[in-house]
Design a protein around this ligand. Structure first.
Ligand SMILES: Cc1ncc(C[n+]2csc(CCOP(=O)(O)OP(=O)(O)O)c2C)c(N)n1
Ligand code: SF4
Ligand SMILES: [Mg+2]
Length: 292
């Protein structure tokens, strides 16, 4: 064993700089949990890539010590997939706000779920657009009054976990940033899972969302267990029943092991493309002849 691999990677190692979120922001809990999870998994920073969209949430990619891409609003998915296909050996983790994931990024989200690449996607859900100073988002509750919904939101909120389940994600969970240790447990399992993992994290915005506060969530959060051998349909029905009682289900809802997108589309999913022999096969030149 080389001396480098013997170094214990503590949570502090993954901290590139002190976050600049508002004091009390839920995103601190997500940052704490992801650092603990990476440390528990001993993922080496040079083998880790974080990808984030635009939002207060997106700043997390600047705070984690690893390779990172702070990409365009709603475009976390294509960047993650490109990185993973270029080098399947990397651990790739994406971070989006609720607007980034479920408004501008929604179509990417659904298609990624049905492809099942080995990626982890963390949604930092504060039920509001934080960075742009408090407009209602796709997860805001009906009646939410904001600058962009002065008479109260007239729309039903999107349930990201339910969408992920019905679109085919092979690991679906929900956690709470007010419980970083519990969240760390979920992150560890999500990152370990081989396939597309979605973790919807409730993460209060203390500045612009004065309705969905820590206390508001704590009164409603309800851990769900015992879903291991249930089908997607049964789990969806169970989650909807819990929600109909005014509660917010949290926990690991679904896990399934099946082939990943990389295994389906790459010639050699074990090797980075840069190290593979990419000399065109004979069929390629036949194809060139056809169009000459
Ligand atoms: C293409 C594009 N459209 C709109 C914006 C403006 N914009 C920046 S962040 C944001 C939404 C942020 O909300 P969310 O994704 O929930 O992240 P949060 O700030 O709440 O973490 C919007 C609409 C943008 N930067 N780019
Ligand atoms: S505006 Fe809200 S989401 Fe953004 S850093 Fe402040 S508390 Fe967090
Ligand atoms: Mg948000």
């Amino acid at each position: 064993m080389s001396p480098v691999t013997e170094v214990k990677l503590t949570p502090r190692i993954y901290e590139a700089k002190k976050p600049g979120w508002c004091p009390g922001c839920g995103d601190y809990g997500i940052f704490a949990a992801i650092k603990m999870a990476l440390s528990e998994l001993q993922i080496r920073p040079h083998e880790l890539v974080s990808v984030a969209g635009i939002g207060c949430s997106g700043k997390i990619s600047d705070y984690i010590y690893c390779y990172s891409v702070h990409t365009l609003h709603g475009r976390v998915m294509p960047v993650m997939l490109g990185i993973k296909l270029a080098n399947p050996k990397l651990t790739v983790i994406g971070f989006s706000g609720d607007g980034d994931a479920f408004a501008i990024g929604m179509s990417h989200f659904i298609h990624m779920a049905r492809r099942n690449p080995d990626l982890t996607y963390i949604i930092m859900d504060n039920q509001i657009y934080g960075l742009t100073k408090g407009q209602y988002s796709p997860t805001s509750n009906p009646g939410m009054r904001t600058g962009s919904s002065p008479y109260g939101s007239k729309e039903e909120p999107i349930d990201g976990a339910a969408v992920a389940l019905s679109a085919g994600a092979t690991f679906v969970a929900r956690g709470f940033s007010g419980d970083p240790k519990g969240l760390k447990e979920i992150f560890v399992k999500a990152i370990r899972h081989r396939g597309f993992s979605v973790v919807d994290v409730i993460s209060p915005c203390v500045t612009f969302n004065r309705i969905n506060t820590y206390d508001w969530y704590r009164q409603r959060i309800t851990p769900v267990e015992g879903l291991e051998n249930k089908s997607r349909a049964e789990i969806l029905e169970h989650l909807m029943r819990v929600k109909a009682q005014g509660k917010i289900p949290v926990g690991i809802f679904y896990e399934e092991n099946t082939r990943t997108y990389e295994e389906e589309v790459l010639l050699n999913p074990e090797e980075p493309m840069a190290l593979q022999d990419l000399t065109p096969r004979e069929e390629f030149w036949d194809l060139v002849e056809i169009y000459r």
